[in-house]
Design a protein around this ligand. Structure first.
Ligand code: HEM
Length: 134
């Protein structure tokens, strides 16, 4: 049986119902490593929050094996590859992941250690894909 990550889709839905989830993620993420905030110095955060909102949704579908999400994931991987417009050194991905897990733990009223471990498992599929494209 394939894993559809329905538990992540539902958890993500609960997080998005809280208005400040993505904003809170960026607050945690930008202060998680000294190299990260400077990368967003020119960023329009209104647009960026929408982009990440869609990005996480595609990431969950991709982890669940959706071929529809593939194009979106490939575009994001290209943007973050060494020749892309927002290159990301692979060693920074753990900061992204841990920041997301912290934001989910704070925001999803149903968060527990098992669910957070599932988020780690699902999002690692995506960060591994980005790292392979690097
Ligand atoms: C350490 C990890 C990461 C860093 C440092 C990072 C950094 C950035 C930066 C600097 C931008 C460009 C912002 C701008 O246009 O000014 C960007 C865009 C974006 N990122 Fe990330 N990112 C990371 C991980 C991720 C992950 C894991 C995802 C998806 C799940 C993601 C999705 C996106 C999307 C959708 C955009 C906007 C589209 C684009 O500019 O092509 N990022 N990121």
């Amino acid at each position: 049986m394939s894993d559809h990550y329905d538990d992540l889709q539902q958890s993500y839905g609960r997080c998005l119902r809280e208005k400040n989830f993505i904003e809170r993620f960026y607050e945690i993420f930008l202060s998680s490593h000294p190299d990260i905030a400077p990368m967003f110095a020119e960023t329009d955060f209104q647009k960026q929050r929408m982009a990440l909102r869609r990005g996480i949704s595609a990431a969950i579908s991709h982890a669940a094996g959706s071929s529809l999400a593939r194009r979106t994931i490939d575009q994001m991987a290209d943007a973050h590859s060494r020749t892309g417009h927002a290159p990301v050194p692979p060693q920074l991905y753990p900061y992204w992941l841990n920041s997301l897990l912290q934001a989910v733990s704070e925001t999803d009223p149903a968060a527990n250690p098992q669910l957070i471990e599932r988020w780690r498992q699902g999002m690692t599929v995506v960060t591994d894909t980005f790292i392979k494209h690097h």
